[in-house]
Design a protein around this ligand. Structure first.
Ligand SMILES: NC(=O)c1ccc[n+]([C@@H]2O[C@H](COP(=O)([O-])OP(=O)(O)OC[C@H]3O[C@@H](n4cnc5c(N)ncnc54)[C@H](O)[C@@H]3O)[C@@H](O)[C@H]2O)c1
Length: 284
């Protein structure tokens, strides 16, 4: 029997206490890796780690990716324990959606701190070490929102475009050092984030599912499997599912068309929000 795909590899997954991070952790452990799940929600990270079954191993730790020193300490600790760090998944992220004029300065700062600075902290901690090792792979969780800029997602789209830009630029520098970089750009994935970060009348599930005509969001385990495939293949970008990949290609060929569709999409969203607001409260 052949060894599991990531047998003995050491990995850190930020935001590993929920959703995509938890699913990536599970897939890595099943593939033989030794994984540390870091999350602001320490209990969630520990609970996810406790559920995972080998051949690899998992542990959950408290981690705030906005704290550069904490991210560095975790990278150093994992590298010391395992003789290096093979895989760094900068995955922790938050979401905000709604009318741009309603986003507060604190909300702008929070999304920049977690989604951009959090990834920068992971890169600045792991990349120099990986250069020294002459090996390693950095995987940044961006989003379709990092490739296509739909209205009512300005803050989120801005941060995810930054993650795509950072990842692709770094990838060209890192290749000569034996270090690979991948950005993952999924469309809607069925995780708790879809119900978080709504500003005003915004409604995440309506926006991503009804509004975009997606029948069902991607299952986190499916995305995790595709992510590990993309890592094993050393791909620059993972754009998934197929419909999202096609939409992205069309957007590159006909940006004007996509911009016009986006204006209509926002109008449709606003009428859906108005209709929802007119309904009696679900839980008075
Ligand atoms: N679910 C989707 O539809 C979707 C699509 C594309 C990209 N993404 C991206 O995937 C990533 C994971 O999101 P998810 O869908 O699994 O959401 P989620 O809310 O289920 O999980 C996010 C995790 O990140 C943690 N976190 C938040 N702030 C943190 C911080 N400062 N430090 C450490 N951990 C922190 C949360 O506690 C949570 O456990 C995010 O970057 C998100 O933007 C999600």
């Amino acid at each position: 029997m052949s060894a599991p795909r990531f047998a003995g590899a050491s990995a850190i997954v930020t935001g590993g206490g929920s959703g995509i991070g938890a699913a990536i952790g599970k897939a890595l452990v099943e593939a033989g890796a030794h994984v540390v799940l870091g999350d602001l929600d320490e209990q969630a990270a520990k609970a996810v780690a406790a559920e995972l079954a080998g051949p690899g191993t998992a542990r959950g730790v408290a981690l705030d990716v906005t704290d550069a020193a904490a991210v560095r300490r975790l990278v150093e600790e994992v590298a010391a324990q395992h003789g290096g760090l093979d895989l760094m998944f900068n995955n922790a992220g938050i979401f905000i959606g709604g009318e741009t004029e309603q986003i507060s300065p604190a909300q702008w700062n929070a999304i920049i701190d977690v989604n951009i600075r959090g990834v920068v902290h992971g890169v600045t901690a792991a990349y120099p070490l990986m250069i020294q090792q002459g090996r390693g792979h950095i995987v940044n969780t961006a989003s379709m929102g990092g490739l296509m800029a739909a209205g009512l997602l300005t803050g989120y789209a801005m941060t995810k475009h930054a993650v795509v830009g950072l990842s692709l630029a770094l990838r060209s520098e890192a290749a000569a050092h034996g270090v690979a970089v991948t950005a993952i750009c999924p469309a809607a994935v069925d995780t708790p984030i879809l119900d978080k970060g709504a500003i005003g009348r915004f409604h995440g599930r309506d926006y991503f599912l009804k509004g975009q005509g997606v029948r069902r969001p991607l299952a986190p385990d499916v995305l995790a499997r595709r992510t590990l495939d993309a890592v094993a293949e050393g791909r620059a970008l993972l754009v998934t599912p197929r419909a999202a990949h096609i939409a992205w290609l069309i957007g590159r060929l006909a940006p004007g068309l996509v911009q016009r569709m986006s204006i209509r999409f926002v109008a449709r969203q606003r009428s859906m929000q108005a209709a929802r607001a007119a309904l009696p409260q679900e839980n008075p």
